[in-house]
Ligand binder design. Sequence first.
Ligand SMILES: NC(=O)c1ccc[n+]([C@@H]2O[C@H](COP(=O)([O-])OP(=O)(O)OC[C@H]3O[C@@H](n4cnc5c(N)ncnc54)[C@H](OP(=O)(O)O)[C@@H]3O)[C@@H](O)[C@H]2O)c1
Length: 199
Amino acid sequence: MKIAVLGTGKVGTALGTGLAAAGHQVTYGSRTPSIEAGTLSQQDAVTVAEVVITAVPGTALADTLRDVGADVLADKIVLDPSAAFTPEMAMAYPGASVAQRAQASFPRARVVKTLNTMNFAVMVNPLDTVPDATVFVSGDDAAAKTVVTGLLADLGWPSRAILDLGGIDTALATEHAAPLFFATVRALQTAAFNITISR
Ligand SMILES: NC(=O)c1ccc[n+]([C@@H]2O[C@H](COP(=O)([O-])OP(=O)(O)OC[C@H]3O[C@@H](n4cnc5c(N)ncnc54)[C@H](OP(=O)(O)O)[C@@H]3O)[C@@H](O)[C@H]2O)c1
């Protein structure tokens, strides 16, 4: 698939590299595009893509999508792994979800929240650290979730690990797992773990 990765940081690079290795056509969109870095403007990257990965700070997600423009974003699939924090690493929008807000602001886009409950290295190497990891998926569009689930499989996620929580409203729950994630990092002194739902 043609995939635009917005954000050239840790998550964008990890997901872009992993999906390119799986055979996808990955284009990076940056606020500072450069020929040397092989990056386009965010808008140009989205223009040629079928799937847009928003690997930007959650606090910048709304502005990023606004700058891309509703007509360019259109009805593309938006895979959103973002999280929104204050400079002190507290929840930026307690009681609200950046993915749900993005879906409300861009109703034609098909937003799927996923991969936001783990460290970037685990996103692309899911079973290396934990044999029974869980990755959550939230979104209103069933077809978009099927595409995203396929991309997760390409990154190494077995179907038993993928838990579809339901609509984009359920992204509120996974975005609010962030304090649990950081408390666990502090307790274990490592980010090489994941959340497992067992039953
Ligand atoms: N790191 C993790 O393990 C992890 C885990 C789960 C979720 N997340 C979430 O995933 C998203 C990306 O995380 P990351 O670790 O890749 O962050 P990062 O290393 O800081 O990279 C973020 C990238 O976003 C782009 N960006 C666009 N608007 C920005 C703005 N206003 N301020 C700063 N950067 C901006 C930048 O790329 P350009 O300069 O090229 O535009 C930047 O390199 C965040 O929402 C984060 O909370 C991260």
